[in-house]
Structure formats: C-alpha cells, structure tokens
Design a protein around this ligand. Structure first.
Ligand SMILES: [Fe+2]
Length: 224
C-alpha cells in the first residue's frame, strides 16, 4: 500500500460533493449486506469537468500510462466513482479487472476520522472474490494447524471479518498497511490484495462515510 497526503484540496472535495448533489438521479446502490444497503455510488463521467480531478490523482503514480491529453494509453483503463458507505466493507477483492492485467485502487477520504480505515493484507487473490472465498474456506477448515503471523485483531477493528471464537483469520496472513482517513489524503494498493474497511459503524459516530474511489488497469505489475 502506498499512502498519499493531499490528493484532494478542500475545494476539490466541495466540487465533488456538489457533483453528487447535481447527479442524484444517477446514484446507484453498489452493494447490500443482507437487506441493508452497504454503499451508494456515482460514477464520474470522463466528459464531466470533475474528471480532471481524477486525472490529476492518477498522474501521480501512472504518468507513463496517460497520453498528453490525459487519456489512458492503449492497454490501460481508468474508472472513478464517488461512494457513500452506510456499512463497513467486509474482506474482499476489488473486481475491477480487465482480463488478467494488473489493477490498482485508490481510496481518497472526504473526512478525517481515526476510526475510518482501509486495511490491506499482502495476500493476493489473482482469481478475485471467487478465489478469496476458497481462501476463507481453507482457513476455516485448517486454522488449528496454521500459524498466527500478526496480532492485527488486537490493533484494528476487524470484528466483521472471519473468525472462530478468538481466532481471527486475518491474524494468519501478513498485514500490509492501514490508511487512516484524513481529509484529502488517500491510499493506493493492488486491487487483488485482500482488504476491508475497519468496523467503524459500531461507534455510531457517523451515519455514512464518503470517499472517491479510482481504479486503474495497466499492462505492467507494480509492486509497492
Ligand atoms: Fe475494495
């Protein structure tokens, strides 16, 4: 995971929040947890001026994959959306893939809140969530014969991730890093890394969490 400070100015965040208000009719439900909406999304169209903000962020890490006009080069793709999450995200892989090409995710915070975190592990599931499902099942069947490699469950709010009694699956996999939400700052990671948010909802201090999410697909694998 790579952490970036100051990806968005306060003015950028105001513009993106206005973009949400102007386009309420295009906001869609991205996911449910049981019957409850987990998060809403609004795609940012490349045709809208707000996409310039997205391009300025991508440029910081992926300059060589953009043409002079800011379009992705052949073989590279980008996508961006605003997200308003009402529930924490459980362990998952971002299914934002164009075939087998390497894909990366930016999460950029709209607020500063210590309990809002993005957490990533080193484990890569090249096969996406289907493979992750197998990894989780393997852990449930074998955890008593496996070794704990960290004590992340004692340091982060991950009680919404797989566990048996006081054994947390994520203690058995090498932790990468955490991103603590800080207004305008963000993180970048391999989209196929196992990741989740912290379980911020249990504190009942925020109704929802807002962010900008960007996916970038490129022909080369970059290891941070
Ligand atoms: Fe994700």
């Amino acid at each position: 995971m790579r952490i970036h400070d100051n990806l968005l100015s306060d003015n950028d965040i105001d513009l993106l929040r206005q973009y949400w208000e102007k386009n309420l009719n295009k906001v869609y439900v991205n996911g449910y947890r049981e019957k409850d909406v987990q998060d809403y999304r609004l795609d940012i169209s490349e045709k809208d001026p707000e996409f310039e903000i997205v391009k300025s962020i991508i440029k910081k890490d992926f300059t060589k994959y953009l043409t002079d006009t800011g379009k992705p080069i052949e073989g590279a793709y980008y996508w961006a959306a605003l997200q308003r999450a009402y529930l924490p995200h459980i362990l998952h892989i971002d299914d934002c893939f164009v075939d087998d090409r390497p894909a990366y995710t930016y999460i950029i915070a709209f607020d500063s809140y210590n309990k809002h975190r993005t957490l990533a592990w080193k484990k890569i599931c090249q096969g996406g969530n289907k493979e992750l499902f197998e990894v989780v099942n393997y852990w449930f069947s074998n955890y008593s014969n496996l070794s704990v490699v960290n004590e992340i469950s004692t340091k982060e709010d991950i009680d919404h991730t797989p566990f048996v009694e006081d054994n947390y699956m994520l203690d058995y996999y090498e932790f990468d890093d955490h991103f603590v939400y800080n207004k305008g700052s963000g993180c970048l990671f391999n989209a196929r890394q196992m990741h989740c948010t912290s379980n911020w909802k249990k504190y009942n201090e925020f109704e929802y969490r807002e962010l900008l999410q960007i996916h970038m697909t490129i022909p080369d694998l970059i290891v941070f």
